[in-house]
Design a protein around this ligand. Structure first.
Ligand SMILES: *Cc1c(COP(=O)(O)O)cnc(C)c1O
Length: 337
């Protein structure tokens, strides 16, 4: 597959490392756990949106955009990485933030990703939650165009066929790493939200006939809806690449048992996962995505779904900077003497 046919702005630090988690593996006593460090993609503390934005922002530049408009939750990692790309490329950036949690916490509303959005020069507005924020940014962009601006819109999470190319690329990169080191892997696990990561990965894996099952751990939508979203985007991405039909519906698997009370609301198992990764491996997860993904991984190991003798790659999708918007989710009174 020839990804160089598509415009791309090379700003990510790639390839991201693939590392073995010895202490976590030992603690859980199950499969050998490896981590693909897409939290280390480089742009403004990194994360998975950077791979997507390499393709999206190249398209924006090619279309002569002066300004990008995108949307996300208050602590959106996607919004922050978009603001960083816009800064680096000399474009304006406006972000419509959706209040999905109703939190009045000062750090949630101003620290973490929000602080970095503003540091990169982006403007923000907050709106009450609604059914279709991608439609909202199209309206916002139309207004700007009426005022004479050249605007490129990026859907939430950068999840369209252009953005998903970033994760087709990640599938190639990961397969290259494991093939080069003679390392057979049995499963890939990651947090899935706006679907672009899982859709791109599954297209890349299927196109290479990798025969590695991919499991997305959901953070918002119910299972049927999440799988449908991923499948639909995977089909469109495969069409864009000229390999329609490469993904079947049954290749798309999401487990949404770890969402808890809803998007952006921390769970006990997620907080446990954050502490385990931090204390055993010095790796920072975030409460919204990677912690729920890791909570799923840990629980499925404890239940024997992933077994001793297998080798799992957990794709770390980033988000650690959101920790600073979620300090209220932790109680460390017992760490003080
Ligand atoms: C956006 C995001 C995800 C989910 O990726 P999608 O492509 O939206 O499914 C997972 N983890 C983190 C940290 C994210 O910011």
């Amino acid at each position: 597959m020839h990804l160089a046919r598509f415009p791309r702005r090379f700003l990510a630090h790639l390839p991201t490392p693939l590392e073995r988690l010895d202490r976590l593996t030992k603690e859980l006593g199950g499969p050998e756990i490896w981590i693909k460090r897409d939290d280390c993609t480089g742009m403004s503390t990194g994360g998975n949106k950077t791979r997507k934005l390499e393709f999206l922002m190249a398209e924006a530049e090619l279309q002569g955009a002066e300004m990008v408009v995108t949307q996300g939750a208050t602590q959106s990692n996607h919004a922050r990485q978009t603001a960083a790309f816009a800064a680096k490329m000399g474009m304006g950036c406006h972000i419509v933030l959706e209040d999905r949690t109703g939190s009045n916490d000062a750090n949630y509303n101003n620290n973490g990703n929000v602080l970095l959005d503003h540091l990169h020069g982006a403007t923000t507005e907050k709106r009450a939650t609604g059914p279709d924020f991608n439609a909202v940014i199209e309206e916002v962009a139309e207004q700007m165009r009426a005022d004479g601006k050249k605007v490129y819109t990026i859907p939430g999470g950068g999840s369209n066929p252009t953005g998903a190319l970033g994760y087709v690329n990640c599938a190639f990169e990961l397969l290259g790493q494991v093939n080069d080191s003679g390392m057979k892997i049995d499963h890939i696990v990651h947090a899935t939200g706006s679907a672009g990561t899982q859709a791109g990965l599954i297209v890349g894996l299927q196109a290479m006939n990798a025969q590695i099952p991919l499991l997305g751990i959901g953070v918002r939508a119910p299972k049927a809806k999440q799988e449908e979203n991923v499948y639909n985007l995977a089909c469109k991405t495969a069409e864009k690449l000229g390999c329609p039909g490469v993904v079947s519906r049954e290749d798309v698997v999401a487990n949404t048992d770890y969402v808890g009370d809803g998007y952006g609301i921390p769970t006990a198992s997620g907080i446990e996962a954050i502490k385990m990764f931090a204390e055993l491996e010095a790796i920072l997860l975030d409460p919204v995505y990677s912690a729920k993904g890791a909570a799923g991984l840990i629980d499925l190991i404890r239940k024997g779904h992933f077994k001793k003798g297998e080798r799992i790659v957990f794709l770390h999708t980033g988000g650690s900077v959101a920790l600073f918007g979620y300090d209220a989710a932790f109680d460390f009174a017992d760490r003080w003497s």
